[in-house]
Design a binder for this molecule. Sequence first.
Ligand code: 3HC
Length: 407
Amino acid sequence: MYIFKAGVVGAGTMGGEIAQVITYAGLPVVMKDIDQEMLDAGMEQIRSIYQARVDKGKMGAGDMESKLDLVTTTLSYDAFADVDIVIEAVPEKMAIKKQVFRELEEACPEQTIFASNTSALSISEMGAATDKPHKVIGMHFFNPAHVMKLVEVIPGLDTGRETQDDVVMFAETLRKIPVVVQECPGFLVNRLLMPYLNEATLALEEGAATATEIDTAVVDWGMPMGPFTLMDMLGIDVCADVGEYLYSEYGERMRPARLFEKLLGAGRLGEKTGVGFYDHPGGESEDVHQMIKDLQAAGEVATGTPFTVERLMYPLINEAAQCVLENVATMTDIDMAMVAGTGMTYGGERVGPLVVADQIGLDQVAETLKELEADFGPRFRPARPLRLRVRAGHLGVKTGKGFYEHT
Ligand code: 3HC
């Protein structure tokens, strides 16, 4: 099925960005919210993304206006009678998402695909709340959506193959790189990214290093931005929600750092509130330093733990290995998703975590994880695909075989 017109429900940051991406590909989009102010802000966001392109000389002002004309904003579902796909980007609460899909069933034709931009929640569960689970699918964009190339396509248990193929084709029409990911909490990229972001926060609250030191070390390692800069961009509330959900699903190894509660309690939600891990502008925050001192003084967190960049990056590699075991995606898709979704590089090349592990040496990665396990506990236990390959002498580039074959 070719998609001629799309709907977006929720005009927040991601809803606005997704609507912009759709219009950039030349397709009309209806953007709905329950709040006129949100709609206005969403429209303003779309305009500002185009305006930046105009200012950089990448687009003419006339082109910008014709792209903006492709957006219809609305408070009702009236304009949804002829949409081929709807992408919901409402708050990350299962009950709200189910409610939206039920409302959409009333408003949209039978063949309309219902896609969710959820960061982590179950697509199968959303599908089961509708009368057409074969038409329900995950379509997960990455922030900033107008820049990041990846779209995770997540079929639920009852999603039809045709729906999956249509959404893959639609993502390509949007000039994105679709990667099909089997449903699991956090899907692929957030499942790898969140333990790394959490570990950075644990290191921070334990006084292992400052936010600036950690960010700098990670950028030197090859990520385009450090974990605290990234979390401030994504929103501390978004990261905390995803983190709590992953903890509820995967258990102890994903227990969230305590500092998240403190930041949330103080309304430090990141760039959008002007304050998060950092002050924007300003950088390192005395208030956050005080929160860390309070957590340490109350004995709520460990203190004096060491910081190494491996402490952050190896859990990400380890989770990628676990995803290989669980067939969450193919190895090349795991690597491509991390490059296209997070801008990951290593040694100056755009490569994902499994390639990185092969380059470092799987024996070295596994050995360091074991040392971290001895220091910090079982969250660092090397995943089976890693242990298996080390035992078989598949150590990566140096032996010609690791996750990949190297000639
Ligand atoms: N917020 C929004 N947009 C931003 C931004 C920010 N903090 N920082 C930069 N951008 C935009 C710029 O406006 C610019 O857009 P334009 O081309 O339309 O003008 C574009 O990004 C490129 O900016 P720069 O030229 O300054 O390029 P940089 O080299 O600094 O790259 C970046 C910026 C692309 C954001 C890069 O730092 C990056 O790739 N960071 C990693 C982002 C990431 O990991 N995203 C995924 C997070 S996980 C997720 O979203 C899942 C969700 O479910 C939680």
